[in-house]
Design a protein. Structure first.
Length: 145
């Protein structure tokens, strides 16, 4: 009788182990999905949070724009798509140059839209003016690890 009891316990243990593993897998999938959608948003960058945003992310694309700028408005959907496409890989941010002149001046942004790619806290590339999504992607891909 003791032998039957041991078999029952070991079968129960393996079933519990399987249930735990399945539950953990589902939780991790849910967490990753939530994490990805969260980072898939365009981040509002300001003079006050710029340094923090850059220091916490290894690769950042910042769109320097103004609300009144028509090429900036044309670039906006491209920026939104890039944020979704590169979620978890590249942080995509937008900085309004009218509201945040110090950062725009620091990076010598004289024309808008200007997209600046920052890797490890340093500017590595710059795109000025409206460009198609594939051109921005080509530049970004050079800096992905």
């Amino acid at each position: 009788m003791l032998g039957r009891h041991e078999v029952f316990i070991s079968e129960e243990d393996s079933e519990l182990k399987h249930i735990k593993e399945e539950k953990l897998r589902k939780l991790m999938k849910k967490f990753e999905k939530g994490k990805k959608s969260l980072s898939g948003q365009v981040i509002h960058v300001t003079d006050s949070n710029f340094k923090e945003v850059i220091s916490k992310n290894s690769l950042v694309l910042v769109d320097f724009f103004a609300d009144w700028c028509m090429p900036c408005r044309m670039m906006a959907p491209v920026i939104e798509e890039l944020a979704k496409d590169y979620a978890g890989k590249v942080l995509i941010g937008k900085l309004n140059v009218d509201e945040n002149p110090a950062t725009a001046e620091r990076f010598q942004v004289f024309s808008i839209p200007t997209l600046i790619i920052i890797k490890a806290g340093e500017e590595v590339d710059r795109i000025v003016g409206f460009v198609p999504k594939n051109q921005v992607e080509d530049r970004l891909k050079k800096y992905l690890e």
